[in-house]
Design a protein around this ligand. Structure first.
Ligand SMILES: [Zn+2]
Ligand SMILES: [Zn+2]
Length: 173
């Protein structure tokens, strides 16, 4: 494992324009919350590759890591782990009024690596958190997981959801 870092002193690593550094650091992105769901990184820390380039007026930064994110599958509700790939870039120019060129994670020469890693991971999360892309989800009738289930066990009398049968009866009256 690489050295753990929550923040990085950029000027120490790249003191003058043209300087570049590549380093592997352990980051702790923490937990992500989406509505009711909480997702965490398995083992908490991930080793990230950080590229620092000192430019004339500031820094160009790149952060890459793969995080094993753990949470519940939104379809079958079973615990799942998804390898989320992060490749994020930031540019920070000290003397500019252009907000595009100001990184919210750089304050002076200090990089807030932990916040950047957390936000970059949140942005890289899949739109639907699934245990597998073809997760079959839950049976609409009995609520059991349909993954690896025998379809014959979920015929439930062949008429679909029995609640609809009740509705049909009501309409006939
Ligand atoms: Zn699933
Ligand atoms: Zn069923």
């Amino acid at each position: 494992m690489a050295q753990r870092a929550d923040s990085i002193d950029l000027t120490k690593l790249a003191p003058s324009p043209g300087d570049g550094q590549r380093l592997d650091v352990d980051v702790l992105p923490g937990e992500l919350r989406y509505g009711e769901e909480t997702y965490g990184v398995d083992g908490d820390a991930v080793t990230a590759r950080l590229d620092i380039s000192r430019t004339i007026g500031g820094y160009a930064l790149r952060l890459r890591f793969t995080a094993p994110v753990a949470g519940d599958c939104v379809r079958c509700l079973e615990p799942a782990e998804v390898a989320v790939e992060v490749d994020a870039r930031e540019v920070d120019q000290a003397r500019t009024s252009d907000e595009e060129l100001q990184s919210p994670y750089v304050d002076g020469d200090e990089l807030d690596l932990r916040s950047w890693a957390r936000d970059a991971l949140a942005l890289a999360m899949p739109g639907q958190f699934l245990c597998r892309l073809d997760c079959a989800g839950l049976c609409a009738v009995c609520g059991a997981s349909l993954n690896d289930a025998d379809p014959a066990d979920h015929e439930h009398g062949g008429g679909g959801d029995p609640r609809w049968d009740k509705l049909r009866e009501l309409k006939l009256e």
